[in-house]
Design a protein around this ligand. Structure first.
Ligand code: PDD
Length: 278
């Protein structure tokens, strides 16, 4: 399988990662997950913009221009021959040898890697929805950075998994922020409510897309924090991410939100989202 290794596309077996790479030792790096549909990346500019924004927030210089990045990932898509799938793109700060917390000097090159996996859309799941749990948001206070240090996220995801759920809805003192690997929104009185961007959540690219869909459909969207109690009383709840798109929440802990099909607004947003990716 072909992969990105710095500025090249190489066979996966050729990639060498140093044991003193800072990504490996400190989780010092950033990433993006970008979906490809029908042989083309979806929202590539938005993802590349966020990649640069995450890098900037940790003072990491990306040694490639936006166009170089785009042509590199497009070349990978072409060479892997994948039609519909996910790109995982990661850049670490490179090597500090011997291990040293301080950022290395400017001469140390970041390590860029990228892998493609073929993943078809799961239309059945889009209707079935996902089961979730509620748990405390144990992460740090810079959740707007799409960084590879994801222990907080994977711990809560694992907690969900142990309880036969797929996603963990996170709250800070009763205010819902987002989920372990997706944003979240609730529907109340015909309005979609979602946590504002800022340091407590990742500014989702998928959220940008469904907000655009909502505008087209004249569905009002309000960016404001909401409490767990509001979520429990909501008419509909959905999560969103590059990989799960607009995903209805079927169950929150013991509370079942729907049994037959997702609510009307979620369904309408899903239909409009589908138009965007086609
Ligand atoms: N996760 N919030 C968190 C914590 C996330 O990890 C993600 C995405 C999102 C949604 O972002 P976007 O719509 O841009 O994909 C929100 C990716 C898919 C992942 O880590 O696999």
């Amino acid at each position: 399988m072909k992969v990105i290794w710095n500025s090249e596309i190489v066979d996966r077996s050729e990639v060498r990662i140093d044991p003193e790479d800072r990504g490996y030792q400190f989780g010092d790096g950033i990433y993006e997950v970008i979906r490809a549909y029908n042989g083309r990346f979806f929202c590539l500019d938005e993802h590349i913009d966020r990649f640069y924004s995450s890098a900037g927030k940790i003072e990491m210089a990306v040694p490639y221009s936006r166009n170089e990045m785009k042509s590199l990932v497009n070349r990978l898509l072409e060479e892997t021959n994948i039609d519909t799938g996910n790109l995982y793109l990661q850049m670490t700060r490179g090597i500090s040898s011997p291990r040293n917390h301080m950022y290395p000097d400017a001469g140390v090159l970041p390590m860029l890697t990228g892998t493609m996996t073929a993943v078809e859309r799961d239309a059945v799941k889009q209707v079935k929805g996902i089961d979730t749990i509620v748990t405390e948001d144990i992460r740090w206070l810079k959740c707007d950075i799409k960084m590879i240090s994801l222990l907080g996220n994977i711990m809560v995801k694992h907690e969900a998994h142990k309880k036969n759920a797929e996603e963990a809805i996170l709250h800070r003192d009763g205010t819902v922020t987002e989920c372990s690997a997706s944003n979240i929104a609730i529907v109340k009185n015909g309005e979609v409510i979602t946590h504002p961007d800022g340091n407590l959540i990742l500014p989702g690219v998928t959220k940008l897309v469904w907000k655009k869909c909502a505008e087209k459909l004249d569905i009002p969207v309000v960016d404001r924090p909401f409490l767990l109690e509001e979520m429990y009383e909501a008419e509909e709840v959905f999560c969103s991410s590059t990989t799960i798109e607009v995903m209805p929440v079927r169950r929150i802990d013991e509370r079942v939100l729907f049994t037959d099909k997702p609510g009307d607004l979620t369904t309408a947003l899903q239909a409009e989202y589908l138009k965007e990716i086609e």
